[in-house]
Design a protein around this ligand. Sequence first.
Ligand code: SF4
Ligand code: SF4
Length: 434
Amino acid sequence: MITKPADLPPDFSSASLLAEANRCVACGLCLPHCPTYRITLSEADSPRGRIALISGVASERIPMNARFALHMDRCLTCRACEAVCPNHVAYGQLIDSARAAMTQSSSARPGQGTGMQKSALRTLAEKEFITKPARLDALRPLLRLYQTSGLQAWVRKSRMLGKTKLAVLEAQLPLIDTPCSASNKTAASWQTIYPASGNARGEVGLFLGCVARLADVTTLNAAIFVLNRLGYTVHVPPAQTCCGALHRHGGDLHTAAQLARENAAAFAGLNLHAIISTASGCGVQLAEAPPDFSAKIVDISAFLQQAEGWNDVKISPLPHKIAVHEPCSLRNVLRGAAHPYALLARIPGACIVPLAGNDQCCGAAGTYFLDQPEMAKALLDDKMIAVNESGGHYLATANIGCALHLASALRQAGSEIEVLHPVTLLARQMGMPS
Ligand code: SF4
Ligand code: SF4
């Protein structure tokens, strides 16, 4: 069951929040599924322990202090615990409320160590770029120039960024692509409409996201290509903005709610069958927005599974093994982990295998990899072992954050395994120009 930010009590100590925390019967069934508990083996880093801490602080039995903040910060918000909880405790709602309370407490009493641990880089990105899509669009050609001029190769070779967080972020930068145009050539920005080719079957909206509109243009182009070929006209309203997930998980519920309102207004009045998200992390945030908007949100793989028009398209064979990574957001919250497999199964000759350990987070988790690098690395190391043992030629994943995190590690290890969204692989086999 999905809990929505709109359901969040504004006051951390409100009776409903406490009642939700107290619905945990401490059975411990969630513990083996929690990545942080698996690593630290500390009760305070388990879902049950964190819920007990939240209950304790909300009822003022224990103080909100730096130790409380430490254990809240370490949570990946992967929601694996919520997916297996027999009592359906709304863990996602509890941790978001706890972090919002930490943010309020830190503003009211600076220097107490109760605020969320956020890198300066994250704060800068959240404030100056993520909620300002025009700036992200302006950054795209600059990053392309950085890559094509040879400057990136020099920066990486010289290691001039050292072991800074900027170096971690730079290492994640994929080859920046440019948006497609309706004539399948590249363009400076997205068009507001991409008409269907062939038999018209419906009108859909495409959600661009923030990181994705900069660093995952290839997936967005692929989604437009496949949808158009199947007969769906794609609308890309220019007023859309970031989904707000980073803000919500970072304790800024106010900005998250504001972004949800802006996105609802951007897509209003278009009479769409569906609003399609290509990143499952954004998909969760959008699906948990107020109902007038969230009801139309569909992950691209889920939409394509029930789409019409497949008999009208030709898909070339691909005689390779594709390992499938299941993002936590898709698996634990949207409950759509099966859809990418069904999509990839349309490619003749492809051998599709699940990645071992798909029930454990990869450590990307929004900006977790920047804010909690040690825990993130431990989780990433496990994934690298699983990817190498999979024998996959490709690694398919439906969330941009996971894709960047995994691809960066593979690149640094000298691996030639390509990480991409399932819809990109499908679009290529349907003839999408590269
Ligand atoms: S499975 Fe649910 S009820 Fe049991 S300890 Fe975990 S959160 Fe509490
Ligand atoms: S959301 Fe993930 S990391 Fe956090 S308590 Fe639940 S299982 Fe553990």
